[in-house]
Design a protein around this ligand. Structure first.
Ligand code: ADP
Length: 622
């Protein structure tokens, strides 16, 4: 048994992606924040407007009105104090203060009402903004050209936008509005002080500056600590997944790894905890220093006010109001600092989201006016060349093939020879860099790829196991009637699979949910075949759907597909040559090139690669 004291190897943790902003954060100076802020506020307001114009206007409008009532209330306070501090018997002074008092009460009531309205509008905005941002993200991820998913840069950006950026949309908006609100509060107070006596304005600054410093400092400490902790956090999260995930649950038990994993978790968690405790201490110190200095500042303010009073520069009532105003200004300022820091931090992540969106938009297929064909009499590829992004070698080199309506065509060749890539190009999933693909006279580059894809059905080797019901796994959300569903399932042999499910077609094919069922690889494959048939498209592409099965099963399936193709054009892709004997035409691919083409008999006579491989495989199966 391993020594529990032995230090654990926690491995290298990649910093790059997760610390993309550390450098930026490290230099979060006050001015940097201030400079970026207006743009962020504009972006946030624009997003709030997109989510709900009414709530956006209400949130900002109510806050503005709140600021106005604050100022009004403070000014009315001067009236109250002036009346109370004047000479004469008390009942008379109170009576004189009454009108101002009513104004103060009214202002306070209205301010409370507007604040409630603003709070309501803001909390309504949050879920709406989140929804708009998420829908924008997933609307784009599902529309960008498939090739984007082969680009590591796209993946990085997507990961950043998805894991953090999109979730920040709501808080960017609320931080922006909070910052605006606090700013309005400060302006109101400053206005009041300016009206009361100009010298009171610098006093406000003196009273609020130390707090502002402490707030910025403590926030920066938190950010830098959080950033330093990101790799540890990720590691902890990954171990947590292993401890609590279905896929690893069996092995955690069979290899009795529990203790080991928990120990690893604890090592990271303890390190993290130490750092967090240190942070708490440093933040407390900063806050204490800030508050002490703030106290000194406030003391100085009162001293200055006292002097002003003594020399008769301001009346007592004005000084009293100034004290109240400065207190209110301090609160607004600390709110502003908090909201600003938050806005800046959230803004960094949110910018990831915006950057991703604009990148994804540039990857959307262009508008194409030519209507897509609904069928074809001949699909042809001429001199098609295609290289995956980031690859040195082309996956296809000047490949030409032809597919006529009603034919059964086969692409054969060894793994990696380019069969799948070619099929994806023919069905409009990728666009070739050289050569052209036409559906009759139409160049696929000129038609909307999404519309073109309506005419193709693909049964792929790595088909998705959709966590949906059996029915949706075949219909893919379309409704072509029970008849169609049943016949597609029958042809694929999926009917037998479904008959055994507890709720038939309504069974959820995902064990992570209650009443969900699990299918075997072979059963899933039948569902995938049924899906291809149900689509009822003029071109059916079967891309090694049986790779996980043996040669005999593949042969049987291809035969079934051929028999039930019902006049459809079928493209079979495989590296098992016995399955395609009866195809109308066979293309042999080798290292991205078509090296031979013809019927089985013709290719056997040529005595080339096909004949070689066929003989080799036939011997192996014998
Ligand atoms: P086949 O279907 O004949 O097995 P593919 O068309 O899948 O072959 O692959 C052709 C070549 O392109 C292979 O060298 C493969 O490594 C490469 N390739 C396939 N998919 C990608 C991808 N998404 N990104 C980069 N290279 C790829």
């Amino acid at each position: 048994m391993a020594d529990p004291e032995e230090p654990l190897e926690l491995g290298e943790i990649s910093f790059t992606d997760w610390n993309a902003h550390t450098d930026k954060m490290a230099e979060v100076a006050f001015l940097t924040v201030a400079r970026r802020l207006p743009a962020l506020v504009v972006q946030a307001l624009r997003m709030a407007w997109a989510a709900s114009p009414r709530d956006a206007v209400a949130a900002v409008g109510f806050n503005l009105a709140g600021g106005a009532f604050t100022a009004f209330g403070l000014l009315a306070t001067t009236g109250v104090l002036a009346a109370l501090f004047s000479g004469g018997p008390t009942p008379e002074r109170v009576q004189a203060a009454l009108p101002s008092l009513i104004l103060v009460a009214a202002a306070a009531g209205l301010r409370t009402a507007t604040q409630a309205g603003a709070g309501w509008a803001q909390s309504r905005l949050d879920p709406q903004v989140a929804r708009v941002a998420e829908e924008r993200l997933y609307g784009l991820t599902s529309r960008v050209g498939l090739i984007a998913y082969d680009d590591p840069d796209f993946h990085d950006a997507l990961q950043r936008a998805r894991s953090r950026g999109v979730a920040r949309a709501g808080s960017v908006v609320s931080s922006a509005i909070n910052a605006l609100t606090a700013l309005i509060g400060i302006i109101a107070v400053a206005g009041v002080l300016g009206v009361l006596h100009p010298v009171l304005l610098p006093l406000l600054v003196l009273a609020v500056l130390p707090d502002a410093w402490a707030a910025v400092r403590s926030a920066r400490m938190r950010y830098t600590t959080m950033y330093a902790l990101i790799p540890a956090n990720r590691r902890k999260w990954i171990i947590g997944e292993l401890l609590a995930n279905r896929t690893s649950a069996a092995e955690v038990r069979s290899f009795t790894m529990r203790g080991f994993l928990l120990r690893m978790y604890d090592a990271v968690a303890m390190a993290e905890q130490r750092v967090m405790l240190g942070l708490a201490r440093r933040q407390t110190v900063a806050r204490l220093v800030g508050e002490t200095l703030g106290g000194v500042g406030t003391g100085l303010v009162y001293l200055a006010l006292g002097i002003l009073l003594a020399v008769g520069a301001v009346p007592l009532a004005v000084a009293g109001t100034a004290v109240l105003a400065i207190r209110s200004g301090q609160t607004s300022l600390s709110n502003l600092m908090f909201a600003t820091n938050r806005l800046y931090e959230e803004g960094l992540y949110y910018t990831d989201f915006l950057d991703f969106c604009s990148d994804a938009e540039s990857r959307l297929p262009s508008e194409r006016p030519t209507p897509a064909p609904t069928g074809f009499s001949r699909i042809s590829a001429r001199e098609v060349t295609f290289t995956y992004p980031g690859s040195e070698q082309p996956a296809l080199r000047e490949v030409s093939v032809e597919i006529n309506r009603g034919e059964v065509i086969a692409f054969v060749g060894e793994n990696g020879s380019g069969k799948t890539t070619l099929a994806k190009i023919l069905s409009g999933l990728y666009e070739p860099q050289g050569g052209r693909v036409t559906w009759d006279d139409l160049d696929v580059r000129d038609v909307d790829p999404e519309a073109l894809r309506l005419s193709t059905a693909v049964i792929a080797q790595d088909h998705t196991r959709w966590p949906l019901t059996a029915r949706y796994n075949i219909t893919m959300g379309t409704d072509k009637g029970e008849e169609m569903l049943a016949s597609a399932a029958r042809v694929a042999g999926a009917d037998e699979v479904i008959a055994e499910l507890p709720n038939g077609y309504r069974t959820l094919l995902d064990r992570r949910f209650k009443d969900g069922a699990e299918l075997s690889g072979g059963q899933w494959q039948r569902i995938a075949v049924a899906r291809g048939f149900h689509r009822d498209a003029p071109l059916l592409i079967c891309d090694e759907p049986t790779a996980a099965l043996d040669a005999r099963a593949e042969h049987a399936l291809f035969e079934r597909i051929r028999e039930h193709s019902g006049g459809r054009t079928v493209l079979l892709i495989t590296h098992r040559l016995a399955s395609v004997r009866y195809a109308d035409r066979i293309y042999v691919l080798d290292h991205g090139k078509v090296t031979e083409e013809g019927t089985h008999d013709e290719l056997m006579t040529v005595n080339g690669l096909y004949a070689d491989l066929y003989t080799l495989q036939a011997t192996a199966y014998r």
